[in-house]
Design a protein around this ligand. Structure first.
Ligand code: UDP
Length: 474
């Protein structure tokens, strides 16, 4: 009997990267019976991250190798994409040593979008090169096409009067561009354009979306007269891949006891991903807005900061800061003690969203969170903060109709309490046509996601197709 195909996977730090990579490894192991070695670069500063890595190792489904930390003491770049790119570049030598030490050589390397410099190692060891995009196809389209926009467009993207055209895809509004495109003078912009080129010249790209969700965009990659002009790699939509790994807290905690006592679909869950934070002013409006909405809520709170992605590299597990009273409006905790539950820093999100009491999700629109909302069939309020979240918000609200979003972009303006309360009521309670349509659409997308992953579904078939190719070395 042939021995199973051995595949290596490398993930950059950050929960939004770690979770989908580990989930992909789990699927490749359990459904496709591959042998996997998962190389992780962790931030070494997050207890939630440590718990997730330990939980992944404990499954015994694949081998986890944490690469030794690289020296970053001289790095002054504080942008998320810039730091991630440098971090992953500096881990290439450690990856090389780790792969050469393996007794069985993997036939393919699957890198996340920040790890494509590891392809140099894949070439040395004659491994095929695949990319796992833990985001959606529209984001992938922009990433690939950034190399063309870079030549076409003069000046800053955000100053353009017209939307950015991507062949065969929805245009991107200048105000929605991804963070690394906000300022073309920053080094993270060059890293981003370079990333797009590396992805386009890999052997294949796995994207966390599905044909029925983003059919037009996915088709444009195949069309030589559209994005196929710059995209040389075949794209396999294999999603939604939504995590099952916990970060150590179980379902018996105080939060879940509270949720069990609430009526069905009565609670809105408020959380801004692994890295998101609000300003002091915005937190005040959020607190008053939730109170005004008169809906039950669970809110994952973090101390206010000026930067909206302040927690990206340092997500905690709830043990760091328990004193919300310091920064929430006076009396808020007392007034809402019957209807609201505050969680400090980190909640077990997929379990919360799976609770029958939860009927809405106030999210920053990170792609993992968006998919977690979609697969649970909950309507959303999307409040984009960083990365590609502005694009996600536009897509979820304007195109897919499963969410509402604030009129102004958070970050440009403080969103007031009345608007917050109105959005919460819209998705949770209002019996107007719009609220009903959003809730119905959320259920429809949930069914579409389930169908895509079920046997014979589009993602199921695409997955099987690409897995067969992993055995062929590069
Ligand atoms: N997450 C969680 N609890 C929290 C915050 C985030 O479990 O309190 C998880 C969430 O379920 C998701 C991931 O962290 O799987 C965040 O990824 P996403 O792409 O949504 O956003 P990012 O953190 O990368 O901005």
């Amino acid at each position: 009997m042939d021995s199973p195909t051995h595949v290596a996977l490398i993930s950059s730090p950050g929960m939004g990267h770690l979770f989908p990579s580990l989930e992909l490894a789990t699927r490749l192991s359990t459904r496709h019976h591959l042998t996997l070695t998962v190389f992780l670069v962790t931030s070494h500063s997050s207890s939630a991250e440590n718990n997730v890595v330990a939980a992944a190792e404990a499954t015994g489904l694949f081998t986890v190798v944490e690469l030794p930390p690289a020296d970053m003491s001289d790095v002054t770049d504080s942008t998320v994409v810039g730091r991630l790119a440098i971090t992953m570049r500096r881990h290439v030598p450690a990856l090389r040593s780790a792969i050469s030490a393996l007794t069985s050589r993997p036939s393919a390397l699957i890198a996340d979008i920040f790890s494509t410099e590891a392809f140099a190692v894949a070439d040395e060891f004659h491994m095929a090169k695949y990319v796992f995009v833990a985001s959606n196809a529209w984001f992938l389209a922009l990433t690939i096409y950034a190399q063309v926009l870079d030549k076409q467009i003069v000046g800053q993207y955000v100053d353009q009067k017209e939307p950015l055209q991507i062949p065969g895809c929805e245009p991107v509004r200048p105000c929605d561009v991804v963070d690394p495109m906000l300022d073309r003078t920053e080094s993270q912009y060059y890293e981003y354009v370079k990333m797009g080129r590396a992805i386009a010249s890999s052997h294949g790209v796995l994207v966390n979306s599905w044909d029925e969700l983003q059919g037009r965009t996915l088709a444009s990659f195949k069309d030589r007269s559209l994005l196929g002009r710059v995209m040389n790699a075949p794209v396999y939509s294999i999603g939604p891949i939504v995590r099952h790994f916990g970060s150590g807290k179980d379902g018996s905690s105080e939060l879940f006891n509270w949720l069990r006592k609430q009526p069905g679909k009565s609670v809105i869950y408020v959380s801004f991903g692994s890295g998101g934070t609000l300003s002091f002013e915005q937190m005040t409006e959020m607190a008053h807005g939730l109170e005004l909405s008169r809906q039950r809520f669970v809110w994952v709170v973090r101390p206010p900061t000026v930067r909206s992605d302040a927690m990206f590299f340092t997500t905690g597990d709830g043990s760091e800061d328990q004193s919300e009273a310091r920064y929430l409006p006076e009396g808020f905790l007392e007034r809402t003690s019957e209807v609201g539950f505050l969680v400090s820093m980190w909640a077990e999100q997929t379990a919360v969203l799976g609770s029958p009491a939860v009927g809405g999700f106030f999210t920053h629109g990170g792609w993992n969170s968006s998919l977690e909302g979609i697969t649970k069939g909950v309507p959303m309020i999307v409040w984009p903060l960083y990365a590609e979240q502005r694009m996600n918000a536009t897509m979820l609200a304007d195109e897919m109709g499963v969410a509402v979003r604030p009129k102004e972009l958070p970050g440009n303006a403080v969103i007031g309490r009345e608007e917050i309360a109105a959005m919460v009521r819209k998705i949770m309670a209002e019996e107007d046509e719009e609220g009903r349509a959003i809730r119905a659409k959320a259920m429809e997308l949930q069914r579409s996601a389930e169908k895509a992953c079920a046997q014979g579904g589009s993602s199921y078939e695409n997955f099987a197709r690409v897995v067969k190719l992993f055995g062929r070395t590069g």
